[in-house]
Design a protein around this ligand. Structure first.
Ligand SMILES: NC(=O)c1ccc[n+]([C@@H]2O[C@H](COP(=O)([O-])OP(=O)(O)OC[C@H]3O[C@@H](n4cnc5c(N)ncnc54)[C@H](OP(=O)(O)O)[C@@H]3O)[C@@H](O)[C@H]2O)c1
Length: 300
């Protein structure tokens, strides 16, 4: 798995990150964490919001003596606690559950646009200076709000946002799976990512299973997948992904994930396989190098 440098993080991180949502149970999670790590995975995405996920990841890091050897993305301030005064207690709780002194990347899990951006910067900057986080960013934040926050940070000599975690996949999100979520798949967001060089930690990078054989075969299709992903453009993209996957001898889900890996701006796809078979089909992405022409054709 490709390992990449990220400024401020003392070790290279894998381009794929394993997501910890829905990993409340250690016995179920540990084999998936082990298999991901054995495949070269060194980046994990967790959140205060994800039930026992911080604790499960912490237990696994301790059991495998990997604390400080791999990189952890944490998140806090999800609604209804989307307030600057939630940063300190939620960060402290995550660090405690994870058994870590520092998170490599910390995301504000949501934004409340009624809160002036400077109040968020003021709440996070002390934690970066104290070494509790190495870099931070916005998840489900607009690029305009991040620009405003960074202007405030520059004016006041504080640390600014250096990461974005919005949705991004070969399928464009037509409705958010969860209220308050944002995609970075639109042209303006992509232009911003290219212009600023901000790394994108792309969630639902496999469009919640839209590209799996099971979803393709389902009749009628899963209503939640229909609500979020079934546009004509996305169904056409999936048909092209099926054609190319058959030619390459890989799963359609893996081929779709390869599209994220081959972007010409820094993308770290977050994946959410729930079992070893889903992980294996996701890891197919690592065996496919898409050409620029194939990327254009897939997107249509
Ligand atoms: N910052 C945020 O707001 C935010 C939001 C969402 C997620 N995340 C993070 O991003 C991670 C990944 O997001 P996600 O879980 O939505 O990603 P995803 O990989 O697009 O979707 C995961 C779900 O889709 C199905 N699936 C995906 N790939 C599959 C495959 N190759 N084979 C078979 N089934 C597959 C599985 O559900 P079924 O088995 O039920 O089909 C799986 O639970 C999360 O774990 C979390 O850490 C962050």
């Amino acid at each position: 798995m490709k390992q990449l440098e990220l400024a401020g993080i003392p070790r290279p991180v894998s381009q794929l990150a394993l997501g910890m949502s829905d990993r409340d149970d250690y016995a179920q999670a540990a084999p998936i964490l082990d298999a991901f790590h054995a495949a070269g995975g060194t980046l994990f995405d967790t959140a205060f919001e994800y039930g026992r996920a911080d604790a499960v990841l912490g237990q696994w890091l301790a059991a495998r003596r990997l604390a400080g050897q791999v990189s952890v993305i944490g998140k806090g301030c999800h609604t209804p606690d989307c307030r600057p005064d939630s940063v300190a207690p939620q960060l402290e709780a995550s660090l405690e559950a994870l058994g870590l002194e520092c998170l490599d990347v910390y995301f504000l899990h949501r934004d409340d646009e009624a809160v002036p951006v400077g109040e968020w910067v003021d709440a996070i900057d002390p934690h970066l200076r104290a070494g509790r986080i190495r870099r931070y960013g916005g998840s489900n934040w607009s690029t305009a709000r991040i620009d405003a926050a960074n202007a405030y940070a520059a004016r006041t000599g504080k640390a600014g946002f250096t990461a974005l975690s919005n949705q991004f996949s070969l399928a464009e999100m037509i409705a958010p799976p969860w209220a308050g979520c944002r995609s970075a798949g639109d042209d303006a967001s992509i232009a911003w990512l290219k212009r600023t060089g901000t790394p994108l930690f792309a969630w639902s990078s496999q469009a919640r299973g839209f590209f799996t054989d099971r979803a393709i075969a389902a009749s009628p299709p899963d209503p939640e997948l229909v609500r979020c992903w079934h546009s004509t453009a996305n169904l056409d993209r999936r048909a092209r992904a099926m054609e190319l996957a058959a030619r390459r001898g890989v799963t359609v889900a893996g081929l779709a994930l390869a599209y994220n890996l081959a972007q010409d701006f820094p993308v770290f796809p977050l994946i959410g396989p729930l079992n070893l078979a889903e992980l294996a089909s996701s890891l197919d992405a690592l065996t496919v190098e898409l050409t620029a022409e194939e990327m254009r054709w897939l997107k249509g």
